[in-house]
Design a protein around this ligand. Structure first.
Ligand code: BDR
Ligand code: CA
Length: 307
């Protein structure tokens, strides 16, 4: 069973990823970051989810802002609390007495070569951890992200929210030399919870009913803003390679992050040209692609598995 640490900004689909990881993997920790809401709110939400799900997992609070700019929390997709749509229990206990950046380093050191780090919010904590501890890249088994897209974006026409929130941090992560998996909107938007799924959940256990309410809100938000008819389960997709690997197909290729301040800021530029290793060596200084990028998914099968 793979060991994972989830770095997140719960968030409806983050909450689902936490539940999915707790059910199928060894979830060694949760670190929080600003994103879907302020880090105060995302941390409280993580602690409330601990209570709802009866989890015994440490939660460490992380960065409240990106590396180089000021971020304002709109809350339009995930609501005022960051996870509107159902009443969660009060937060269980408190966050650990350690910053998320140090927590990530400590957990990776403790579980050397076994831990998969899953950033499913803006990448600020992860970038700072890689910068602070140069050995971290050798200690991790891999980094599996929800972020980016090979097609259209959601925050801008070409950029996805987690990358767009802190492109400089994402750039550090993609250049770190750690084995990487990236699942972006091109795949996660095909993993959509529909009204029938929601109704099924709403007639289930306390946890199921809570998630039914959360998904109902999330679906309506995505419908209002993006015209979608389902609630996209973006974040749990980052865990799929370690739970049901056959359901998402990944293709290895070089990926770079656009950090300029023009129209394409935050774009994940995936090079699917299939260049030879010699050519890659020539233009990138290394013969290998830096990322496995998700290109296809059995959407309905994955939604059924998650539900
Ligand atoms: C990502 O942004 C957030 O809204 C979701 O939690 C997910 O991590 C999708 O773009
Ligand atoms: Ca998220």
């Amino acid at each position: 069973m793979s060991k994972v640490l989830i770095d997140c900004d719960p968030g409806h689909d983050d909450a689902t990823a936490i539940l999915y990881a707790a059910r199928h993997l060894e979830l060694v920790g949760i670190s929080t970051v600003y994103g879907n809401q302020s880090v105060e709110k995302t941390t409280n939400n993580a602690l409330s989810l601990k209570a709802l799900l009866g989890l015994d997992v440490p939660v460490a609070r992380g960065c409240e802002q990106p590396l180089n700019h000021v971020f304002s929390h709109g809350g339009d997709v995930h609501g005022k609390t960051g996870i509107d749509g159902a009443e969660l229990p009060p937060p269980e206990g408190e966050a650990e007495d350690i910053h998320a950046v140090d927590f990530i380093i400590e957990m990776a050191s403790r579980h050397r070569e076994e831990l998969v780090l899953c950033p499913i919010g803006p990448f600020t904590n992860v970038a700072l951890a890689l910068r602070k501890e140069p050995r971290l890249k050798h200690w991790l088994r891999g980094i599996s992200v929800m972020g980016g897209t090979t097609q259209i974006g959601n925050t801008t026409p070409v950029a996805e929210f987690n990358i767009w929130s802190d492109p400089e941090a994402a750039d550090i992560v993609y250049r770190a030399g750690v084995p990487m998996w990236m699942v972006g909107l091109n795949v996660t938007r095909q993993v959509g919870i529909d009204l029938q799924d929601i109704e099924k959940l709403e007639s289930g256990s306390t946890v199921a009913r809570t998630f039914g309410g959360l998904f109902r809100f999330f679906r309506e938000s995505l419908q209002k803003i993006h015209g979608l008819s389902t609630a996209s389960m973006h974040d749990p997709c980052a865990l799929v390679p370690f739970i049901v690997p056959d359901l998402i197909t990944y293709r290895e290729c070089p990926v770079e992050i656009e950090t300029s301040h023009g129209l394409t800021r935050g774009m994940t530029v995936c090079d699917f040209r299939n260049l030879t290793k010699a050519r890659l060596e020539n233009i990138r200084g290394q013969a290998n692609a830096n990322c496995r990028v998700a290109v296809a998914v059995e959407g309905r099968a994955l939604v059924d598995h998650i539900v």
